[in-house]
Design a protein around this ligand. Structure first.
Ligand code: GLN
Length: 537
């Protein structure tokens, strides 16, 4: 929702101290949530100190999922939290990595735009960062900027200096600095300690930024009285300190911030009139259903090559969870190691403990055979299957192999094979190792009206987000029916197969796009909703 009355955008900068992994992204997203609930239009942006230009080239095993926006930006997984908490589709403007900033400065230098000046961090890099921040903020009542990393990291210094200057330029009455810190618990003295937080505030002050608000993370609830101590030693008023103990679900965080009065303090300090009374009843219901369904559970197996970092499939997990909650059930998600499955029989054994499987997106050759075996078993045994992107491609190969084309493969593994049922897309040849070149972002899809998928969506014209280089080869499309599957969703020109489903199967559905990116905690995506429904007794 864009604001109609012209009033200056207010800025909230979120930094972190003491440790990484404190949930700064969730905190920023939660602040956004509580302000939007007051009728304010809010945008949010992450400034990431990595020298990558975008997150597309980062290894998801190390860095977590690559979240794709509607306009095809490959971004950090925090953007997924932002979209889910804010219930708003974001764009490239919401993700700024140092590499993008430096690339712009260097391109401008090469193009002669600096007219002979020596190009420097101050003012030139600063100006580029500030331009990107201002551009993302335009038209919104509030713009929230999260600075990745921890204050004191060499890499994040440019961003910190840029937001310090920015605050001075727009006037400190138009912005707030929120510092997220950690307070450890010391068992020996049975105390929550504030010293690391004090030091982290001092580090931030050392960068010339005085925090207006502190969000203090702890593992266990800390006594309210600790706010007095923090206030005294950190120079932040007590009303502007929120205590944030570990929550049973991340969706609790907006409510904790709201209940601590923080959002009202933010509005008061920024001179924002709250356009409407916030109503958190729906959000409270969501949190209740997230924590209340621990006894009853559907069991979902995720067939993937690595799940040692749960962040790798963040949006898939969130979509599964919210679909379970909406269907009044809990969920247990287990990892089925794709590299351990060597035959459909192995898959049958491994799948005994689950009610249905998801084959999520993925790249490269590792674990591919195991995913195909799992899909072969799911097809043959009418076992619930949800395939996403690579999962669709594996589903097609599995159907071909079950039919007897035992050498069916994908160009990602063997481009010169005899039966390459998954091809390199025409415009993707030679781009295999380059950033930002896949088929990315929103594309329309037309669903066959008589399909199960049409029933799930309740409509036949949809738009979904993509991230892939390979596609179903049209040379085999006529054979699908004899393989037991059908193309149930096509690009509007009919050229690309975007969705398949199995014929005569309770639930074998797959998409070339990533439905998980558009799922919302309180509005699960229809494909996930249908999948979870198929698992219920
Ligand atoms: N590797 C496959 C492709 O590029 C699938 C991509 C994905 O799962 N996101 O088409």
């Amino acid at each position: 929702m864009r604001c109609k009355v012209a009033r200056p955008t207010k800025y909230i900068f979120v930094t972190g101290g003491v440790l990484s992994g404190l949930g700064k992204g969730i905190t920023a997203a939660s602040i956004a949530n509580t302000l939007k609930a007051r009728g304010l239009s809010v945008n949010i942006q992450k400034c990431d100190p990595y020298l990558n230009v975008d997150a597309g080239t980062l290894n998801p095993r190390e860095h977590g999922e690559c979240f794709v926006t509607k306009d095809g930006a490959e971004t950090d997984l925090d953007l997924g939290h932002y979209e889910r908490f804010l219930d708003q589709e974001l764009t490239q403007a919401s993700s700024l990595m140092s590499g993008r900033v430096l690339l712009k400065v260097i391109e401008d230098e090469r193009a002669g735009k600096y007219e002979g000046q020596s190009v420097q961090i101050v003012p030139h890099v600063m100006a580029v960062i500030q331009d990107y921040i201002r551009a993302a903020a335009e038209g919104f009542d509030v713009h929230i900027v999260e600075i990745g990393g921890t204050v004191g990291d060499l890499e994040s210094q440019s961003f910190l200096e840029a937001i310090r200057e920015f605050g001075l330029r727009i006037g400190l009455e138009n912005c707030l600095y929120v510092h997220v810190v950690y307070m450890p618990y010391l068992g020996a003295s049975n105390e929550v300690k504030t010293k690391p937080a004090q030091n982290a505030v001092r580090d931030l002050r050392g960068m010339g930024i005085a925090p207006d608000i502190l969000v203090a993370r702890t593992e266990q609830p800390a006594p309210e009285s600790i706010k007095r101590k923090l206030a005294l030693f950190c120079g932040v008023s007590e009303e502007a300190i929120a205590l944030l103990p570990n929550a049973p679900t991340i969706y609790q965080v907006p409510l904790t911030l709201e209940d601590s009065g923080l959002s009202s303090v933010i509005c008061k300090r920024l001179g924002l009139e709250e356009v409407q009374q916030p109503d958190f009843s729906e959000w409270r219901e969501l949190v209740a259903s997230a924590v209340n369904h621990q006894d009853k559970k559907v069991r979902v197996g995720v067939v993937a090559k690595y799940l040692d970092n749960l962040d790798t499939y963040m949006s898939v997990f969130e979509a599964l969870r919210s679909a379970a909650w909406a269907n009044d059930t809990g969920i247990a998600i287990t990892w089925i190691d794709a590299e351990k499955l060597e035959s459909p029989e192995d898959a049958q054994e491994a799948l005994k403990e689950v009610d249905g499987i998801v084959v999520p997106g993925g790249f490269g050759t590792r674990g591919i055979e195991g995913k195909i075996c799992a899909a072969q078993y799911a097809l043959k045994s009418r076992f619930p299957f949800l395939g996403i992107c690579l999962g669709l491609q594996m589903g097609v190969i599995a159907a071909a192999r079950n039919y007897g084309i035992t050498d069916a493969t994908t160009a990602e593994v063997d481009a010169s094979g005899k039966n390459v049922v998954i091809n390199t897309m025409a415009d993707q040849h030679g781009k295999e190792n380059t950033g930002g070149t896949m088929r990315l972002g929103d594309y329309p899809c037309v669903i066959a009206p008589d399909s199960l998928i049409a029933k799930l969506y309740g409509q036949t014209d949809i738009i979904e987000r993509h991230r892939h280089r390979y596609e179903c080869s049209n040379a085999y499309r006529d054979q699908y029916e004899s393989w037991g599957i059908r193309p149930a969703g096509l690009s509007p020109d009919g050229h690309l197969i975007e969705m398949i489903e199995a014929i005569d199967h309770p639930f074998f559905v797959a998409s070339q796009f990533h439905p998980e990116f558009k799922s919302r905690p309180n509005r699960p995506h229809p494909m996930f909703d249908g999948f979870i429904k198929s698992l219920l007794p």
